[in-house]
Design a protein around this ligand. Structure first.
Ligand code: UGA
Length: 362
């Protein structure tokens, strides 16, 4: 199998490379401006790496030439951090829509299989968040790839810039398939968790990362864990290693995976952000063997204070996984504790001393 991967150096890309390069029948050519998460693969004879974004000029021409060699192109490149959707809306739209557009065009011209990483955020908010009914009707909240309407808030709530750009890309890809037959697979990830997700602010990045790294940073630094708008939002969490198995299963089964959209998540691991914070402090007490972490402070903050004006949350994401079960034979099994324990151990091993040192130096 010969693959081109854009964004191969990020969280998902680095885990996907680990898995793909463990197989002797896979060759990968990848692009990413960042190398730190995949440094161990550079030099592997089955991996050609370009330390650059692939948005225009030389790299885009190179990519177009290499499409003839590849069986598929996987596009993981994106800004996917909610703290930036309402604070850097133009960058978010440029990266997720305009920079991705030439890639789809190139695949369409070459009639090459495009595996596109979209987002569960294309669903926006659930119908049940608007109907306010007490009735437990899965039709009002379950996310079904081919049926569920995509509902976003008003334009002034710029949180939806990302969801909107990704939704437009999905529609462009679908239109190319409908017009010229370009094969495609769209993946809608639902909160993949694992080692190397995002960064710890002031250690190896700046700004506000996603919730796992935010809560980890608070534990590592002794700051309070912050719950946005009461911590009532719910997410379903799936292990990155299991999510990668779903992707590999798609690549191994083109006839079943092509021309479809897949939710990839774990229905059994639904959790409110408040419960996630409580679980993480309990598990951190176990990892550090310091029972005081069980009472680590958790405080409430408004979304306006935390993210700035124009933030609006996805209330709930409960995926229908029928496509993934029946077409990919994919059944995620790891429960939340089995995901959090090794992930948090990894963060602790990598950052506990470093965060202490750089805090002392400040
Ligand atoms: C993000 C991306 O926008 C999605 O595209 C992506 O699919 C998803 O992450 C993912 O990881 O799969 P979201 O789940 O909203 O979506 O991102 P997080 O930043 O992880 O936020 C999750 C929840 O935690 C939100 O309700 C947020 O308000 C809350 N949060 C975050 C806190 O309560 N405290 C924090 O310190 C950080």
């Amino acid at each position: 199998m010969k693959l081109l991967i854009l964004g191969c150096g990020g969280f998902v890309g680095s885990h996907l490379l680990d898995r793909l390069l463990s197989r002797s029948d896979v060759e990968v050519e990848g692009w990413d401006p960042e190398v730190s998460k995949i440094a161990k693969h550079v030099g592997n004879p089955r991996f050609t790496f370009h330390q650059a974004p692939c948005i225009d000029g030389v790299e885009l021409r190179r990519l177009e030439e290499r499409l003839a060699w590849a069986d598929a192109l996987i596009n993981l490149a994106a800004i996917c951090n909610p703290a930036q959707y309402n604070t850097r809306p133009l960058d978010v739209i440029r990266t997720n829509l305009f920079d991705s557009y030439p890639i789809v065009e190139a695949c369409a011209r070459a009639n090459k299989w495009l595996v596109y990483f979209s987002t569960s955020e294309v669903y926006g908010r659930t119908l049940s968040s608007y109907t306010q009914t007490e009735v437990d009707d899965p039709g009002l909240y379950e996310l079904r790839e081919d049926q569920t309407p995509l509902i976003m808030g008003p334009v002034s709530n710029q949180r939806w810039t990302y969801a909107c750009a990704k939704q437009m890309m999905e529609r462009i890809i679908y239109a190319h398939h409908a017009t010229s037959g370009m094969p495609f697979t769209i993946i809608r990830p639902l909160n993949f968790f694992g080692p190397r997700m995002d960064y710890i602010p002031r250690s190896d990045g700046d700004g506000i990362p996603r919730v796992l790294a935010c809560f980890m940073a608070a534990l590592l630094r002794g700051d309070p864990i912050k719950l946005v708008d009461g911590g009532e939002a719910r997410r379903t969490i799936v292990a990155i290693e299991e999510a990668v198995e779903a992707i590999v299963s798609m690549l191994d089964r083109p006839l079943k995976a092509q021309n479809r959209i897949f939710n990839i998540g774990n229905r059994n691991n639904e959790v409110t952000m408040r419960r996630l914070a409580e679980m993480m402090r309990e598990i951190y007490a176990e990892i550090t063997e310091d029972p005081a972490y069980s009472d680590h402070p958790i405080i409430d903050v408004s979304s306006e204070t935390f993210y700035g004006p124009g933030y609006e949350d996805c209330d709930r994401r409960m995926p229908d996984l029928t496509h993934a079960h029946t077409l990919l034979d994919w059944h995620p099994r790891r429960n939340l504790r089995e995901i959090l324990l090794p992930t948090m151990r990894d963060y602790h091993a990598r950052y506990a001393n470093a965060t202490h040192l750089d805090d002392t130096a400040r």
